[in-house]
Design a protein around this ligand. Sequence first.
Ligand code: CP
Length: 313
Amino acid sequence: MVFTRKDILDINSLDKDEISMILDTAQGMKEISQRPVKKVPTLRGKTIVLFFQEPSTRTKLSFDIAAKRLSADSVSISKSSSSIVKGETLVDTARNLESMNPDIIVMRHSSSGAAHQISQRVKCSVINAGDGIHAHPSQALLDMMTIREKKGKIEGLKIAIVGDISHSRVARSDIIGLSRMGAKVTICAPGTMIPPGIEDLGCGVAENMESCVTDADVIMMLRIQKERQENILFPTEREYAALYGLNRKRLDLAGKDAIVMHPGPLNRGVEISSGVADSGCSLILEQVTNGVALRMALYYLVAGGGSRHADVD
Ligand code: CP
């Protein structure tokens, strides 16, 4: 199969074969990070701009580390350090970035659709690192990689996603991607955090946390995204934790060898207890490790690596 996509903007535009190719490529990339010299020359001479207009720890650093592991040159620009604060538009900013001839722009933005908008105006590749509540494709792909690595498959797994679905670009991307790969996804949240029509993405909606996690193979917990909420959507964090928090008692309802995931950052004691987050069932830090390999794979594939037998040794 040949990977022909210029951009990675959302999961919806990737078919099952493309997702499998990305996951296979990422699995092959993972070993590079275990070497004494964690660097291959594959993308030497390529320039990657990291254009992050929202805070990020995991995504930004792993895109940066991934670029360096493939010998690409990466440069960063943030909203506060750019001329956006002087009134320059997003499109003008992107056109000016393009004038410096980068090969890939990685972009995080608070507005849904920002990465799509830019991708139509620049010739280089654009990778969406999270846009508003819309999509976070690299997170969903690293989640799929982590599940497949641990469980040996995605198809047929029962996956529970619990938390602030309304404001979560991760939830939307995971629901679409995991359903496309054949998993049975069920979500759970307070009614105020479930958007109308979410079932159309391919998931079921559980009435309560207990029924959602019972016999689940994977439990994915989500942070309450207060920064995107206009109104208060639940009475108190204590009540939220009591009804929707993952603790040991609820984890015991899940299937044998169930795994726990979270895209981070965690709010310990709210959506997840420390006992669960730090337990042997938790793959939260493995998700972060896989994030580097997955982002190496995305760079490699959009740079043309999937259309030739490029040497990554
Ligand atoms: N998972 C995730 O997107 O984390 P950051 O916001 O820290 O990048």
